[in-house]
Design a protein around this ligand. Structure first.
Ligand code: 2AM
Ligand code: CA
Length: 258
């Protein structure tokens, strides 16, 4: 998984270097970025197929590819943080999850510009490159730094979201919105953020992050506390200590915002 990520990252980095020049062209970089995205996806599918020929895939661009081995499936986002990439903002990642018998089993999230590889396998702990990862110990909301993603154009609206945001920034030491759900989860795992919530994500945005975060000692649920994150795409992640506080805070805000 790491090798596949490293290989796809070389192309992404080359293409990212070109984006700024493209911004001055009339057509704009959107087509270019979507071709960078497709190329990275092809590299990942090729490399992972070479390593495990029978596994299936669920990929952002290519959809579902059935494998001979029905218990193992790669869930891949070749470029998480596409909007950042498109705007020349250096914050994006490759995300590769391995689902085994319907449960997320392993995950790799690679930030090629910082050369940070977040990875974990169920039962084996979580790592950043060769170093062990651990969630933060912060247990007071007032000390917490919380990441989020805002509902974006074209998605079902979440009228309660602004009320949630309002109550979270008022209760914590700050809110960040960096635009890559995979890295948001990796950063909670690394103890950089103390929590993260977002609605309506896709399975490939969170597949790898779920494993990395759990193995780093964190907790993930749906925003309302349920456990069908991969189906709903609604996610609340935390260092564990703050989980109930955050869930409660968001639930109160949701009730007020409806
Ligand atoms: P993407 O970059 O692969 O699209 C940001 O809030 C998170 O939501 C990112 O992980 C981003 O993944 C995902 N997302 C999915 N569709 C999006 C869209 N239309 N606009 C912005 N972010 C989107
Ligand atoms: Ca994504």
């Amino acid at each position: 998984m790491a090798n596949a990520a490293y290989k796809a990252a070389r192309g992404l980095c080359r293409d990212f270097g070109e984006v700024e020049q493209l911004q001055v062209s009339r057509k704009g970089p959107a087509d270019f970025v979507s071709s960078a995205d497709h190329k990275a996806e092809r590299t990942l599918v090729e490399e992972l197929t070479r390593a495990r020929p029978k596994f299936g895939f669920l990929v952002e661009e290519g959809g579902e590819i059935k494998g001979e081995d029905s218990s193992n499936r790669w869930i891949i986002d070749p470029l998480d943080g596409t909007t950042n990439f498109l705007h020349g903002i250096p914050h994006f990642a490759i995300s590769i999850g391995l689902e085994r018998d319907g449960r997320m089993f392993a995950g790799v999230i690679y930030d090629p510009l910082r050369d940070e590889l977040f990875w974990a396998e169920t039962g084996g702990g979580a790592f950043i490159n060769a170093q062990r990862l651990r969630v933060s110990a912060r247990a007071r909301l007032g000390d917490a730094l919380i990441a989020t993603g805002m509902p974006f154009k074209g998605r079902a609206s979440h009228p309660e979201y602004p009320v949630m945001l309002d109550s979270v920034w008022a209760a914590t030491s700050g809110v960040r919105r960096f635009g890559s759900a995979a890295l948001d989860l990796a950063y909670v795992a690394a103890g950089r953020y103390d929590g993260f919530w977002e609605f309506a994500l896709s399975p490939w945005d969170i597949a790898a992050g779920l494993v990395v975060l759990r193995e780093a000692g964190g907790i993930v649920s749906e925003v309302d506390g349920g456990d069908r994150m991969m189906e709903s795409g609604d996610i609340l992640a935390s260092n564990g200590h703050l989980h109930e506080y955050l869930r409660e805070l968001l639930a109160q805000a949701a009730a007020a915002g409806r």
